[in-house]
Design a protein around this ligand. Structure first.
Ligand code: TRP
Length: 335
């Protein structure tokens, strides 16, 4: 069987992706990227980097929470069904060759090139702080993650696309400068639902904006969040006609409710008037309970020690790959 993503058949490739351990992963991560990883792990070699160095590049004050969050993110991965027999998980800060490669690659990048990158611009607004050297270099470090492991396919959320374009420019520049074709172009894999909105209906789901439902939230908390979800502010009485566009509850039902034709009928009824938000929200509560219960159960069975062991094993494997690959890269630079 082959994996078909973005219309491409993906089979036998190297997949590299990762997340920053800044907290528990949420439903936006799930629909934007994690879901694709579950498919890809079946027929491809998958590497997942826990990007702890990148957290520090983004915001040094977050350093104190990185260890705890690394455990949480590993639990998220394993509880949704990423299989450690199929996926190699590794810790970014442990792979010294990544720092080495980042240094070499950063000589091929200009400051204006980084400053005009849309991901960098958007993230700098979120973190709203002075631009450190570490922050500006993080796209280079992310390119190094991919290049060092020879990643061909990179599943990410849509907001990360400019970083991947940047990585491809960097690959081209490296090949040209050192007269090689060692580095292959990378192909982003974007999910159909890569921009899941948060509870507020205004912004993309994001933990830092406080509009997220985490994979590890308990049922009560999820239900409270669903009650807060943005619907149609003009839909006041049940008999009022309601709008589907921008209505977060429908957006979620489209993704999580199994019976699509039932949702189509409910949408018609909602637009005509006569269908209340509470009815829809209760339906969504049930859908998210069905989706999250098995994940919570899996998570409860995982100990810190177990997940750290998995991470360590993967990191050891990557260390040996990294060393060999770095030797090749250096032989191209220092001829
Ligand atoms: N920047 C990515 C994120 O915020 C995490 C990441 C680090 C990554 N290295 C990567 C993603 C390499 C893809 C490939 O989610």
């Amino acid at each position: 069987m082959s994996d078909i993503i973005n219309g491409d058949i993906i089979n036998g490739g190297i997949v590299l992706t990762g997340d920053r351990p800044t907290g528990c992963l949420h439903l936006g991560h799930y629909v934007g990227s994690l879901k694709n990883r579950l498919i890809l792990q079946e027929n491809n070699e998958v590497f997942i980097v826990v990007a702890d160095t990148q957290v520090i590049n983004n915001d040094i004050t977050k350093a104190k929470d990185v260890k705890k969050n690394t455990i949480e993110v590993m639990k998220d991965y394993l509880s949704i069904g990423l299989n450690p027999n199929k996926v190699t998980f590794f810790l970014q800060s442990e792979i010294l060759e990544l720092f080495e490669l980042t240094n070499y690659l950063s000589n091929l990048v200009t400051l204006p090139q980084v400053m005009r990158n849309p991901t960098i611009k958007a993230e700098n607004e979120i973190y709203n702080k002075s631009l450190t050297m570490g922050f500006l270099n993080y796209p280079v470090s992310q390119a190094a993650d991919i290049i060092l492991l020879n990643g061909e396919y990179v599943p990410v959320g849509e907001d990360q696309l400019p970083i991947l374009e940047f990585s491809n420019d960097l690959i081209e520049k490296f090949n040209y400068t050192f007269e090689t074709d060692l580095f292959k172009k990378i192909k982003p894999i974007i999910s159909d639902n890569s921009r899941l909105l948060g509870l507020d209906g205004k912004n993309k789901m994001s933990k830092s904006l406080g509009n997220a439902i985490s994979l590890s939230d308990n049922e009560k908390l999820v239900n409270e969040k669903i009650y807060q979800m943005f619907t149609d502010p003009d839909h006041i009485k049940i008999s009022d006609p309601g709008k589907i566009e921008g209505n977060v509850v429908f957006m979620f039902l489209d993704i999580f409710h199994k019976d699509k034709s039932e949702i189509d009928l409910l949408k018609l009824k909602y637009q005509e008037g006569g269908l209340g938000d509470v009815f829809l929200k209760k339906m969504l509560m049930k859908d998210l309970k069905d989706f999250l219960d098995p994940i919570r159960e899996q998570r409860n069975a995982l100990t810190d020690e177990y997940v750290l062991n998995i991470l360590q094993e993967g990191t050891m494997k990557v260390k040996s790959i990294a060393k060999k690959r770095m030797d090749v890269i250096k032989s191209l630079i220092f001829k």
